[in-house]
Design a binder for this molecule. Structure first.
Ligand SMILES: *[C@@H]1O[C@H](CO)[C@@H](O)[C@H](O)[C@H]1NC(C)=O
Length: 190
């Protein structure tokens, strides 16, 4: 009996941790801390440290909606460029975007997000400002994927991983959604 309880707990735990991830790719040698803010009722995600020039994968709970920003060690902890996510949301789709609405002057934090299984669609900029991030709430810049694993670059590099990204037709044609979708507010519109 005990065995089965524990086995099912373990199985559930494995499922829960395997559900969603964001892999942060540090592109310079600064140390940073990532701060996560969930919508009301979301599971807390503790701050995560990312050493320079490393990749760190963070498990994100099922259907988690919220945002995150990165702070370089020694700098004040104030929100910067935001990565915004709504995992397993409307129709099971995961929504994501990079937003400069709160602090457009942060050019050393969150840069570009895209699904692990495809370089497109992406949100954000290797070099801010660009046309692929939020600057005003009524912009329409949220991206969507059926995948549940995302990449997010941090910091700057003369050899940005994505600097050679060419803006293909597919990128420009990929659907964009209103910010409500990444904030979990699409339902209240019905
Ligand atoms: C981080 O991940 C990216 C994308 O998969 C890869 O190109 C890069 O080599 C990785 N960097 C490290 C330090 O593992």
């Amino acid at each position: 009996m005990q065995f089965f309880k524990i086995a099912s707990l373990l199985a559930a735990a494995v499922l829960a941790t395997a559900e969603n991830t964001i892999t942060f790719i540090s592109q310079d040698d600064d140390y940073r801390t990532l701060y996560f803010t969930g919508n009301p009722g979301m599971t807390e995600i503790k701050p995560v440290q990312v050493q320079g020039l490393t990749n760190v994968t963070v498990d994100i709970p099922y259907q988690w909606i919220g945002n995150f920003f990165a702070v370089v060690d020694g700098q004040p902890v104030v929100p910067g460029m935001l990565g915004e996510v709504a995992f397993n949301s409307w129709n099971g789709i995961t929504f994501f975007d990079v937003s400069a609405i709160v602090n457009p002057s942060d050019h050393v934090g969150v840069k570009v997000m895209w699904p692990v299984d495809s370089p497109e669609p992406f949100s954000g900029c290797d070099l801010f400002p660009c046309n692929f991030a939020y600057y005003a709430p009524n912009d329409v810049q949220t991206r969507a994927t059926h995948g549940s694993d995302l990449y997010c670059t941090l910091g700057t590099s003369p050899h940005d991983l994505l600097a050679s990204r060419s803006l293909s037709e597919e990128t420009l044609d990929a659907p964009v959604f209103a910010r409500d979708f990444v904030q979990g507010r699409w339902a209240s519109k019905n």
